[in-house]
Design a binder for this molecule. Structure first.
Ligand code: GUN
Length: 290
């Protein structure tokens, strides 16, 4: 069994991006700039956002962190997004989700200029992705594809089971794995909370992507020997032994599943850092597109 080390792969890719930024600068071009909006102070969102801003610094991007009160109206938030759309220094805009319930997430996503949509959530980005046209890919599936590519994991003709159908992970992951590309060319089954024979389907999988948001969901009796397991879950569970009072665990029962796998991602330091890589690559692409 080999661990898919997201932290190491991410450090390697970020170094490549940093060198590209050095070249942009020496060619007299502008440095990429990412604007990140956080509404309210959801602790998980705070942590994701601070990692994104920190990574911008590491690769040499400029960044702005825009903190807005949880009581902000949808109209006010849309006006902040519009200002960033018009700001020539800003290449990428990211609105951290989830948003407070009184704000319609789709209205905010749709307001982002698609040329700055580094999350790849805008309907234009998603439509292009479905058609296989060049666009910003959602950062988590993009990061997973980069990881599979890095480790040269053979996906051609394999059976990939994706558990979860979210717009952010499950749906784009299903599409990317079935594309005529490398990685890709897999036969994909998308499963979700209403799938009745999930265990039987998982037992047929060469590759499982668990993105269901439930701690320890994927058990060893659902995984066949030699499978590749990608754990997208980042769940907080109580842990009195930690200063914070919690620890992060994935959607996979790692300790029991790992011995059966050919490759598996840990949590943390698996998919999480690769998501940031996807975002950094999209931001560089957005800046180059100018
Ligand atoms: N919340 C959870 N994942 C993401 C992500 O990839 N982008 C944004 N904007 N919000 C998220």
């Amino acid at each position: 069994m080999q661990i898919l080390d997201g932290a190491a792969v991410s450090a390697h890719i970020k170094e490549q991006i940093r060198q590209e930024v050095v070249e942009l600068k020496s060619d007299g071009k502008k440095v990429p700039h990412l604007a990140v909006i956080i509404v309210g102070n959801n602790p998980a969102s705070e942590s994701y956002v601070s990692n994104k801003v920190k990574s911008c610094g590491e690769v040499g991007f400029g960044s702005s962190l825009i903190r807005l009160d949880a009581t902000i109206s949808e109209e006010e938030l849309l006006s902040v997004v519009n200002k960033l759309n018009e700001d020539k220094d800003v290449d990428g805009i990211l609105v951290q989700l989830p948003l407070p319930k009184h704000i319609e997430e789709n209205a905010v996503i749709n307001a982002i200029n698609p040329t700055k949509d580094v999350d790849g959530f805008h309907p234009i980005s998603q439509g292009k992705m479905v058609l296989g046209l060049p666009t910003f890919l959602p950062a988590t599936p993009y990061g997973i594809m980069l990881m599979l590519e890095h480790y040269k994991i053979d996906t051609v003709g394999k059976h990939c089971v994706v558990i979860g159908r979210s717009n952010i992970v499950g749906t784009p992951m299903t599409l990317l794995m079935s594309r005529n590309s490398n990685p890709g060319n897999a036969t994909v089954t998308m499963c979700h909370s209403k799938t009745s024979n999930l265990k039987e389907i998982c037992l047929q999988a060469d590759i499982i992507v668990a993105a269901i948001g439930r701690p320890f969901f994927l058990k060893e009796d659902m995984v066949r020997d030699g499978a590749v397991v990608i754990d997208v879950g980042i769940n907080r569970i109580d842990d009195a032994s930690k200063k914070s009072g919690f620890r992060l665990v994935g959607d996979v029962d790692f300790d029991n599943v790992a011995p059966k796998c050919s490759f598996i991602t840990p949590v943390p330091k698996g998919v999480g850092p690769m998501t940031i890589c996807g975002l950094m690559k999209n931001t560089l692409l957005a800046a180059r597109g100018k």
